[in-house]
Design a protein around this ligand. Structure first.
Ligand code: CAA
Length: 384
């Protein structure tokens, strides 16, 4: 039975800042941010948006009544959860009007959460023929104003329906993974912003990729020639470039040129959005599907979550995959955003809703929003 990604949806907040303007405001050479880090724009969420509202938006963009009826599992991967107890998934039951015979929960392992969800969804669909699973990656990546990590922030969500006979990507059940206790990135429960040993994180990421690529080749008796595309976890696009570059000189020049060319197609959206944390790899997949993919291509996907877990797995693009993606909707979402000044972004960054806040729906532009914080409970609404 073929199992994999049947639908993929995306949501990005409707405000962004321009990375060249950010560089100028921070007195940095813009080339450092656009070339050295590899970013052009950064999504900025509104104060009434969070992991829940963005997850609702990405899932709402793809779910039909038929999907909802068939769902048996909902997994949200996030490291921006708004509650230490209740899962983001539970909030979505109302917002998405899902039937209650669903097993819904949240997974946290830094940027690996969505991949853990995807592999669990594969297992679930294998064991429950006819059922579908919804996996959502949703995050707000924050390091703080004027920190080295500021240029690698971002926000957004990717939702995927996993089913039999997938129309987009067949998962091949070929995978290698590894975990080590590493202090490269963390966010204690008291902190809204992450702490990172950025350069160390780069080293660990590249080491995990090289280790897993060796393991993958040995386990499945393949070489780079068996793949036309490698997709990477891309919190900022230079990071994936560093892993890809380890193949230079080790594969033929033609193969390296092909992988580099396809990688460029996979980072287009990330350059425009920034860091999605656990959604980053899947935004790369979506970017590749919209900007370069061909039917029957063999993909290798590298997932990395600080702390650290890595997984390398393969999939095959399905014939007719382009008909299962609403390319115009995705491009419109990206193209119709409003730019914010750096001063406005800094002001909005400081806004944090407290207990007792009631959000006036007239000030809301997005479909799903935080409507109120009452008795310290966050309550959400959908604009009709
Ligand atoms: N023109 C072109 N390039 C320039 C330049 C210029 N004028 N000036 C500098 N550069 C280049 C540098 O040569 C460097 O390139 P290489 O990395 O190829 O050497 C690059 O720009 C960055 O320069 P620095 O290393 O000097 O930059 P920095 O000290 O400001 O740190 C950073 C960069 C480490 C990425 C920092 O932004 C950071 O700490 N970010 C947050 C950490 C992070 O995002 N880690 C990844 C998260 S891990 C993850 O995603 C997993 C998870 O589970 C959360």
């Amino acid at each position: 039975m073929d199992i994999g990604i049947d639908k993929i949806g995306f949501y990005v907040p409707q405000n962004y800042i321009d990375i060249v303007e950010l560089a100028k405001a921070r007195d940095v050479d813009p080339d450092k941010f656009t070339i050295g880090i590899g970013q052009d724009k950064q999504a900025v969420p509104k104060p009434y948006q969070d992991a829940v509202t963005m997850a609702a938006s990405s899932a709402d963009s793809i779910l039909t009544a038929e999907d909802k009826k068939d769902l048996g599992l909902l997994i949200v991967g996030t490291e921006s959860s708004i509650d230490e107890s209740k899962s983001t998934a539970a909030f979505l039951m109302d917002l998405l009007e899902l039937p209650e015979d669903i097993r819904a929960f949240e997974i946290k392992q830094a940027c690996f959460g969505a991949t853990a969800g995807l592999q669990s969804a594969f297992d679930f669909v294998s064991l429950n023929p006819g059922k579908k699973a919804l996996v959502i990656a949703t995050d707000i990546a924050r390091y703080g104003i004027k920190t080295p990590g500021e240029v690698t922030q971002g926000a957004g969500s990717v939702a995927m329906v996993i089913s039999e006979n997938p129309r987009i990507l067949k998962l091949e059940h070929k995978s290698v993974y590894m975990t080590r206790n590493i202090g490269d990135f963390w966010r204690p429960t008291f902190s809204k912003t992450a702490f990172a040993r950025g350069k160390f994180s780069n080293q660990v990421y590249v080491d995990f990729f090289q280790t897993l690529w060796q393991k993958y080749q040995a386990k499945f008796d393949v070489t780079a020639n068996d793949f036309s595309t490698m997709l990477f976890h891309i919190p900022y696009t230079k990071m994936g470039t560093k892993a890809l570059r380890t193949l230079e000189g080790k594969v033929s020049d033609e193969k390296y040129a092909e992988l580099t060319d396809h990688y460029q197609a996979s980072i287009k959206f990330s350059r425009e959005v920034g860091n999605l944390y656990t959604g980053s790899l899947y935004l790369g997949l979506l970017s590749y599907l919209v900007n370069g993919a061909r039917p029957n291509e063999e993909l290798l996907l590298f997932s990395y979550g600080s702390g650290a877990v890595g997984e390398l797995y393969s999939g095959q693009i399905q014939p007719g995959f382009d008909k299962a993606i609403n390319k115009d909707k995705i491009l419109n979402l990206l193209d119709n955003r409003q730019k914010m000044s750096i001063a406005d972004y800094e002001k909005m960054y400081q806004v944090e809703y407290q207990n007792g806040t009631i959000v006036d729906p007239k000030t809301v532009q997005e479909k799903f929003y935080l409507s109120e914080i009452k008795e310290n409970e966050r309550l959400y609404k959908k604009l009709n």
